[in-house]
Design a binder for this molecule. Sequence first.
Ligand code: HEC
Length: 300
Amino acid sequence: MGTLTLSRFFVLHVFLIPAFIFAFVAMHVYSFRRAGAAGPVTEDPVSPKLPAESFYPKQLVMDMGFAVLIIVVLGFLAYLWPIELGPKADPADTQFLPRPEWYYIPVFQYLKYWHGSTAVLGILVIPGILGLLLVGVPFFDRSLERRPWKRPRSVGLFTIILLALGALGFASHREDMRNPGVAAQLKTQREDTLQFMKAKFEPELSGGSLVAQNKALANPEATKGKAIFEREGCNACHGDNGVGTAAAPKLVGVGSKYDAAKLEALLHHPTEKMTQGGMPPVELKDDEMKPLISYLQNLN
Ligand code: HEC
């Protein structure tokens, strides 16, 4: 796990999975158009009693109506139960107990039962078989019957899996609540989250304006200069992003005060006031001095 893992999962989620979704939607629409709508589950599959209807406009209107309904319901759910956004993660906080979203809690609990070499069975083999079973239903179940109550095996297996997931979710919750330390910690985290969500939104800036910071960092040489600025400890006196501290004035806007040559001269030979303030002469080679100056000039 690391930075590369994140990048790979990002690519997977943003490119590959949507590509597959589009492909599956196309396949679905194609087979639907080829075979036609099956109608209600109670319809006789061999000699249907309902008259045939054209796809357009009735089917299209029904599909669109249902899609709008789903969007409205999702909108209401998102309004009533907004996605949780907690305070900034603190890597130094060893007390924090991570918990997945509610719909992953059953899987989270399930994974706790698999250790060591048997983990492959629980993590790959069993979910793989279940996935294949689901994909294979139309191939295993060749009967024309579509009424759920007449298909005990498929519907029964599906219900059992659903109930098992529910039970796992419940078991996870009970395990958390039975341990007083865990329950208290989860309660605190929840309160922190709710409090953070209620608080007024303030963009987090380490100093200066976001516009100025972004502008400085849009220039690759200035980005290199920022690293040198920090490495040389300039920020110890001039503050992060050159916003200034009690020890030294701000450097934001210094580029309009001096041109590049003047800045370089000033850094090589600080004024008496600068020396008195503890600023040492900057001894850097050209390939580092240039980016540093570029960074200073971009601090607008
Ligand atoms: C020990 C504290 C300290 C450190 C470290 C330091 N400076 Fe300074 N710097 C000062 C002080 C104090 C002044 C202003 C003196 C004055 O009042 O004119 C100053 C002035 C400046 C000025 C002139 C600003 C102006 O508006 O005239 C520049 C440019 C500058 N520093 C750049 C840097 C750079 C780049 C670094 C890192 C390589 C750095 N400083 C590190 C204390 C420091």
